[in-house]
Write a protein that binds this ligand. Structure first.
Ligand code: TAP
Length: 475
């Protein structure tokens, strides 16, 4: 049992002022694997005070000092590789191979990338007599979701430290333990006291408290649109800057010259990744009518290569959903798809055979989906693919953009001009052409209701900075 009922405040592990705790469950076994403190407003106040006290000196550290710190963090993170993989598999149910190659790696790369960015980042610029400086924004409140316990936290933390901002982190209550490892990593790396503070607890107390706290200057949130809206409302009363990474309903446009097997593999792999609990998941697959039937057959074949099962088994590609709520939500969307008249190609409601314990769900594929159906418009956060047909590229782009979201887009095919036309036509923060390598220096974030602001690389660092103009500086 992991009983992590202390918060990390001002460089020390401290008890909560309250006594309530929150159980953490392994979604593959449904067993309680530990508990965290359900923190109080007093706990949060203490953490914010520590971050505020640490800000004047940390914001004045040199770029070289912060590069060294980020590099040290990356080294300490690497030393905890096995622990990180183990914890993510236990709390999220992520297959062990993905906890390694995706979750562990993404967490690491953000620290490395931030160190790299600082080597060329321009904090000062002279324009005639005027000096323009980018200064740390101040105490930052970070609120993160459960779906990528290291990636979502590390991208924010790496950017904040690179910018010289101090933070209070509230991780998701479903998957909090990875954040405790980060606290230990920062301790080992020698992060000054008060720069990083970890307070666990409910969204309604700690999350809400962060977004309305008078001594927090900036809130960086990743999660649902509903909570994002509440955070904006709270932040508005204190004119606090917010950055929001919210949901998506991303399109994958398959061109008529695509290799069909490759396209099917790309589509299934994308929707199966992290059991579909990915904000950038390509949940709408746009296929030319001319290749639809062949594509559907290829999808049916490819699904067998994505076994759902025990996350500890190295052959497992897809683990369970994070909890019973998420399981119920996904089931109700699958039912809704059938009720609205979409044709089930694979999967369906219920648990996969032999997986009665754990929040396992089937990789589900619908075709004959119209873009105005609920399953094509709402974020499901489960491995559910909607196949929608199109006649020509202009129609494909129109369908791709017919959503309230704009987080990601994907295009797969051969003709370079068409690939580029589609990539430019999709209104989204990040578009991927033919399964490129992850680029940690590229900005990540959403158009429309997918969010405000950007993370990753230099764009991520910018979020934690305020431009300041000193006129007459060089007069
Ligand atoms: P949210 O409720 O948005 O939770 C995300 C984070 O916000 C968690 O740390 C949560 O704390 C906290 N929170 C909850 N209520 C809050 C409040 N009033 N003020 C401030 N913070 C608050 O997401 P969820 O419940 O985990 O998932 C619900 C749906 O959101 C999913 O089905 C999915 O559609 C979407 N989602 C999107 C993303 C991304 S990356 N875009 C990630 C996760 C979920 P607790 O954990 O303590 O509740």
């Amino acid at each position: 049992m992991r009983n992590r009922t202390q918060h990390f405040i001002n460089g020390e592990w401290v008890d909560s002022t309250g006594s309530e705790t929150i159980d953490v469950i392994n979604p593959a076994t449904e067993e309680v694997i530990g508990k965290i403190s359900s923190g109080t407003e007093e706990d949060l106040d203490r953490a914010v005070a520590a971050a505020k006290a640490a800000f004047p000196s940390f914001s004045q550290t040199t770029v070289e000092e912060r590069i060294e710190l980020l590099e040290k963090i990356a080294q300490e993170y690497e030393k905890r590789k096995d622990d990180i993989i183990e914890v993510i598999t236990a709390e999220l149910g992520s297959p062990i191979s993905k906890s390694d190659k995706v979750h562990y790696q993404m967490g690491l790369q953000h620290f490395r990338q931030a160190a790299e960015e600082l080597k060329t980042f321009q904090f000062e610029e002279e324009r005639g007599e005027t000096l323009i400086r980018k200064e740390s924004i101040g105490v930052s409140g970070l609120i993160t979701p459960w779906n990528f316990p290291t990636n979502q936290t590390s991208t924010k933390l790496a950017s904040a430290f690179a910018a010289g901002s101090t933070v209070v982190l509230k991780p998701a209550s479903n998957t909090p333990f990875a954040a405790f490892l980060l606290a230990e990593i920062f301790e080992a790396a020698g992060l000054p006291k008060g720069v990083f503070n970890l307070v666990t607890g409910s969204g309604s107390t700690i999350g809400n408290g962060i977004s309305s706290h008078p001594d927090i200057d900036f809130v960086s949130f990743t999660g649902s649109g509903e909570v994002g809206q509440k955070i904006m409302e709270n932040a508005a009363s204190g004119i606090k800057k917010v950055s929001l990474e919210l949901g998506g309903k991303s399109p994958l446009v398959i061109l008529d010259d695509a290799d069909i097997k490759g396209a099917a593999k790309t589509a299934v792999a994308n929707v199966a990744m992290n059991t579909g609990q990915v904000c950038t998941a390509a949940t709408r697959t746009l296929v030319p009518k001319s290749i639809h039937d062949e594509f559907v057959e290829a999808v049916k074949e490819v699904i067998a290569a994505f076994p759902v099962g025990d996350p500890l088994d190295k052959k497992t590609a897809v683990g369970p959903l994070v909890d019973d709520n998420q399981w119920d939500t996904v089931q109700s969307y699958i039912k809704k798809g059938m009720d609205e008249g979409a044709t089930l190609v694979a999967g369906g409601t219920g648990k996969p055979d032999g997986l009665e314990k754990g929040y396992f769900t089937k990789i589900t594929v619908f075709t004959d989906v119209k873009n105005d159906m609920t399953i094509a418009q709402e974020e499901i956060f489960g491995p559910v693919m909607s196949i929608i047909t199109y006649d020509d590229i202009d129609e494909a782009i129109k369908i791709a953009n017919d959503t309230i979201y704009g987080l990601a887009g994907y295009v797969y095919g051969n003709d370079k001009e068409t690939l580029q036309k589609v990539a430019k036509g999709i209104r989204a923060g990040q578009v991927q052409v033919n399964n490129p390598r992850t680029d940690f220096s590229a900005p990540f974030g959403g158009f429309k209701q997918s969010g405000i602001g950007r993370e990753w690389g230099d764009y991520g660092i910018e979020e934690f900075l305020e431009p300041k103009a000193i006129l007459g500086y060089n007069a």
